[in-house]
Design a protein around this ligand. Sequence first.
Ligand code: ATP
Ligand code: BTN
Length: 257
Amino acid sequence: RAGLATRRLGRVVEYRETVGSTNDLAKEMARQGAPEGLLVLAEQQTAGKGRLGRSWTTPPGAAIAMSLVLRPDLPPHAAPRITLAAAVAVTEAVREAAGVAAGIKWPNDVQVNGRKLCGILTEMEAEMDRVAFVVLGIGLNVTLRREQMDPSFRETATSLALEGAPPVRRAALVQAILARFEAVYDELLGDRFDRVLDRWRALSVTLGQAVRALGLDGQPVLEGVAEEVDQEGALLVRDGAGQVHRVVSGEVSLRPA
Ligand code: ATP
Ligand code: BTN
């Protein structure tokens, strides 16, 4: 906690050696009234979760597994902005603190050379038409080695060590991520999400690319060029006929076309 540059995020930490999923623990604590800023950290997850019900691997000591409880005063439809803001914070922190050329694959993957370095999973609970809480989960591969990866993602994943980054303390990285996230989160809450989006665009590896969107069943639903991201964090894709489609995260998986 020494060296923490934030005002309200990560001031209270729930640290566990082993946990099923830091997101699940943070959600439980949020339901019991945990305040904004509570940070759950774990050395190891035994049931880490990815998007769309997939699993996420976190071997002991090889990664950062963190979940933040947030209580933004936002309507539920604006909550995806938090995911984009988090991707900006992680990517900038990784570039600065670890010197790795990371970029953002829409909406929430932090990649290096096309391989996934970090995944972000935001889960929300709403009451009426307001957000009750959001749990922002970040999984970042630090020293993860190929042998520790399941063959199913060995070719698509990477870690800071595999990308040749000099050793960096995980605590320092967590602090860097929190400091940057607090700043972008404040902009978002202050109606300055446009500034966050500018930074997102600058780091995006998706915009300008030919992409294929796969539906939840893995079938292609759309192909075209990713042109823009809107205020809600949706991706605008222009198909071959010139028509623009709005793609919402949570409904599709994006692949290079
Ligand atoms: P999308 O493009 O929709 O984000 P994805 O293929 O990246 O899809 P996600 O749901 O974002 O999938 O991430 C979960 C997937 O990541 C898992 O299915 C698994 O293949 C892979 N995975 C699991 N653990 C790790 C890890 N530690 N690092 C990198 N990839 C992982
Ligand atoms: C993705 O599918 O890309 C998202 C992966 C998110 C993984 C992180 S690790 C910390 C937190 N706890 C979880 O169970 N998932 C997130």
